[in-house]
Write a protein that binds this ligand. Structure first.
Ligand SMILES: Cc1ncc(C[n+]2csc(CCOP(=O)(O)OP(=O)(O)O)c2C)c(N)n1
Ligand SMILES: [Mg+2]
Length: 331
């Protein structure tokens, strides 16, 4: 069933929630701005798919997940990792390939995980974590465990058979899994209109026995509203949920630069940027809740300092010893 689309959500967040979400999105934004600064020095060797513009998706959805939930993601996973863990030390250590990273530097950006905090898998291979998430949801039912499973993937993954097979199985078995499509309208440089034969993603998914809904993910309060709506429906009538969230990818597919000169899309106007940038949007909205420039500056300073310390620690940390070259690797 397709739920009605979320409308612009004002007044859904308490002041405390708004500030916590602003801080969480800023953690992702400033961490990635730091990567952009450091990447050209070539000490970060891992490929990095940046998610500037998508901050509200992970922050908003994860804010609503019940305790004991598990999450799965893609290679564009920095916002998800930081939303789940807030662990900038582990994050930068992993990016710098250091032994102090959560996977001892062997996962890099594209496979970063934090299983002890519920982030079970992320992957460079499009669509691969979707069936894993469905399996984890089946295990939750089988073992009668609390919480649910949320899996984040791009609009490109919708074109893979494994997505539809996973959705079919999850719907058939009424599994507690929330599918989250992070739709930037692009697969590398190819627009959705050149790839997708269905009218709309929520419409196609809505043919399955699940609770499907969609919204723009520019304002985090909209994401929270929509996620709460779908989670409530899932609790009332146990079926999988599907959330379709549109966002704007401000940077190139992979790497630290912009690519508006590449010819496949145009640079957003300043007005479009202001509307689509989740940080700018939140800064505007949060002022209407009574926060001052000074309050926002204080959060920026604290988060910026946390990131600076983590980068410094990562740069100074040792690499894993060569004796561990073949440990913890499967391929
Ligand atoms: C199975 C598979 N096929 C092809 C690729 C090559 N590839 C890497 S990223 C990408 C685009 C995926 O687009 P989308 O799922 O929308 O994610 P986005 O990069 O937009 O976040 C493709 C086709 C891959 N990594 N895995
Ligand atoms: Mg995409």
């Amino acid at each position: 069933m397709i739920l009605p689309g979320a409308v612009l959500s004002n007044g859904v967040l308490t002041k405390g929630e708004a500030l916590a979400l602003y801080r969480k999105m800023l953690l992702g934004r400033l961490a990635e701005e730091k990567i952009r600064e450091e990447y050209p020095k070539d000490h970060i060797k891992t490929a990095a798919h940046l998610g500037i513009g998508a901050e509200a998706v992970s922050a908003g959805v994860c804010h609503c997940l019940p305790p004991d939930s598990k999450t799965f993601g893609t290679y564009r996973n920095h916002m998800l990792y930081l939303a789940v863990t807030e662990d900038t030390d582990g994050f930068f250590a992993e990016l710098y390939g250091k032994a102090s990273g959560p996977s001892k530097g062997k996962a890099g950006s594209m496979h970063i995980v934090a299983p002890e905090k519920g982030l079970m898998a992320t992957s460079a291979v499009v669509g691969t974590t979707i069936p894993l998430a469905v399996g984890a949801a089946l295990a939750k039912v089988y073992k009668n465990e609390p919480g649910l499973v949320a899996v984040f993937f791009g609009d490109g993954a919708i074109e893979e058979g494994v997505f539809w097979e996973s959705l079919n199985f999850a719907a058939l078995k009424k599994l507690p899994v929330l599918f989250v499509c992070e739709d930037n309208g692009l697969a590398i440089h190819t627009h959705a209109s050149e790839r997708q034969g269905f009218r709309s993603i929520p419409e196609a998914v809505g043919g399955f026995q699940c609770h499907a809904a969609g919204a723009e993910a520019y304002h985090v309060a909209d994401v929270v509203t929509l996620t709460r709506q779908v989670l409530k429906a899932m609790a009332q009538a146990p079926q999988p949920g599907f959330i379709h969230l549109k966002y704007f990818r401000f940077l190139e597919h992979v790497g630290p630069g912009e690519d508006f000169e590449a010819g496949y899309r145009r640079r957003p106007t300043p007005e479009e940027r202001e509307w689509r940038d989740p940080i700018l949007r939140m800064e505007k909205e949060i002022r209407s809740l009574g926060f001052t420039d000074g309050d926002l500056e204080a959060v920026k300073k604290e988060v910026g300092e946390k990131i600076r310390r983590s980068v410094e620690a990562a740069q100074q940390a040792p690499f894993p010893p060569s004796s561990e070259l073949y440990t913890d690797v499967l391929a």
